[in-house]
Design a protein around this ligand. Structure first.
Ligand code: FES
Length: 110
């Protein structure tokens, strides 16, 4: 699988999200508060909100602001109840990411 160049590392600060426009489905690339870069499908599996515009990084997770489903770095979905209970939700597909020579790249399976 070839690596696809996304952006300069310095253009994705902690808490930021960038969208990779693709004909067969957008991908969002985001950086956690701790600095890890994650890539996942851009469409929330709940009601299809685009996480490039309706998403926000919250610590080590990406949150869909439409109905507050959350996705961890492996794409596992959940939602926090008002009491703090974490309920399982649908997961989102993730992709391999690497940072090298000041660039962020992702790999998408065929
Ligand atoms: S559309 Fe994302 S949580 Fe509902």
């Amino acid at each position: 699988m070839p690596w696809i160049d996304v952006t300069k590392s310095e253009r994705l600060a902690s808490g930021q999200i960038v969208t990779v426009d693709r004909e067969d489905g957008d991908i969002v690339v985001w950086r956690t508060t701790a600095g890890k870069v994650v890539a996942c499908d851009a469409r929330c599996p709940h009601q299809w909100s685009h996480l490039g515009t309706a998403g926000a990084v919250d610590g080590e997770e990406l949150v869909c602001l439409s109905h507050f489903w959350r996705f961890d770095q492996e794409g596992t979905g959940s939602k926090l109840s008002a009491a703090g209970r974490r309920d399982e939700k649908s997961s989102i597909r993730t992709f391999a990411v690497r940072e090298q020579a000041g660039r962020i790249e992702i790999s998408i399976p065929d």
